[in-house]
Write a protein that binds this ligand. Structure first.
Ligand code: AHG
Ligand code: MN
Ligand code: MN
Length: 334
């Protein structure tokens, strides 16, 4: 079948099914999808414009910002700002919560808050390996109150919608607003995302594992034993697994979502809380994984049960098919 359903029409039709829908979430998702198109263009033409490299700024994570990290952040902040529907934003690239101009002027609260990683995997820029954008949307707990960190310190169970884009050989957009996961591919000749994978399901079990194995000697024994087990030649256990890791969470997760398997970024003795950020990396992808029949844990707890204590908090992440995440969890901690 030739895909004919655009993202725009799909989002509209989904939201119309909710009697309480005010159109605000539709507008927000539309603003994000436009941002994603712009970032896709930016990523694909950056090499021609000499836009690769570092901006000279170190972000709040202590990581050197790339020029494209900054530009992608600027695009999303501007687009979401002019949508008029968010109360506040959190971006990986900004130290503090951003309050919308309108909110500041009118002193009014808005219905939603958005957290995002504008460019994920940006250390791969310049080498033609996919990078991406990750986001999640919550309701603002108190509509009337001014934006604050507190808006984001809620459990992932409250996520209203989440998704990601991958800028690779094709630009894809995957999202869920709580009733399944739906996948779209960008058609540059139309300037539209078209629905190609409605109701995406993650395989119950896969045969891939994705982890930065260079950190092996920094891991705890539990993680080492699990990865050692995946590499054993044991027909009955279905091992060895194949290793696949490109170092862009969105691309590694996207592959495992479609093919099945597990992505691991554990805590180690260098990153004691893990490396990935709870609010705009782990939680949105955990929401997508669960919606598609998979699982995500920090080792012990379901990622979506955790309430972040701060907006840039880090967390270990074990995410993927239910079988492999359960399997990891069955390994005893030391
Ligand atoms: P970001 O580019 O947004 O800072 O995220 C980078 C993350 C993630 O995309 C990836 O999975 C991980 O860093 C890779 O880390 P290692 O280089 O330590 O494997
Ligand atoms: Mn990232
Ligand atoms: Mn990033």
């Amino acid at each position: 079948m030739i895909p004919t359903q655009t993202l725009q029409r799909f989002i509209h039709s989904k939201q119309r099914q909710h009697s309480a829908s005010t159109g605000e979430l539709t507008d927000l998702l539309t603003a994000i999808s436009l941002g994603v198109k712009m970032i896709s263009r930016l990523v694909s033409t950056a090499g021609l414009k000499g836009l690769y490299g570092y901006s000279g700024v170190t972000n709040v994570q202590g990581e050197a910002q790339q020029i494209l990290d900054q530009e992608a952040d600027e695009i999303l902040v501007q687009l979401l700002g002019s949508s008029g529907h968010f109360g506040s934003l959190v971006s990986e690239e900004r130290d503090t919560v951003i309050s919308s101009d309108q909110e500041a002027q009118l002193g009014l609260g808005r219905k939603y808050v958005v957290a995002f990683d504008p460019l994920d995997g940006s250390s791969n820029l310049g080498s033609n390996i996919p990078v991406g954008t990750i986001f999640c949307i919550f309701e603002k707990p108190n509509h009337g109150r001014k934006a604050s960190n507190q808006d984001f310190l809620q459990s992932g169970k409250n996520i209203v919608a989440a998704g990601y884009a991958v800028y690779g050989a094709k630009t894809s957009f995957i999202y869920s607003s709580g009733d399944g996961v739906h996948g779209f591919i960008f058609d540059p000749s139309l300037g539209e995302f078209l629905l190609t994978e409605p109701e995406l399901r993650m395989p119950e079990r896969g045969s891939l594992y994705s982890v930065n194995e260079g950190n092996y000697h920094r891991w705890d024994k539990r993680m080492q034993r699990f990865v050692d087990t995946l590499k054993l030649t044991d027909k009955q256990a279905g091992t060895p697994y194949s290793s696949r890791y490109v170092g862009s969470l969105v691309a590694d997760f996207d592959r495992n979502l479609k093919k099945g398997g597990v992505f691991l970024y554990p805590a180690d003795n260098k990153n004691e809380q893990g490396k990935l950020r709870l609010l705009y990396e782990c939680m949105p992808l955990a929401f997508i994984a669960e919606q598609a029949g998979g699982r995500a844990i920090d080792g012990q707890r379901n990622i979506l049960d955790i309430v972040p204590q701060n907006i840039h908090e880090r967390s270990p992440l074990i995410i993927g098919s239910k079988y492999e995440v359960d399997w990891y969890q069955s390994f005893k901690a030391d």
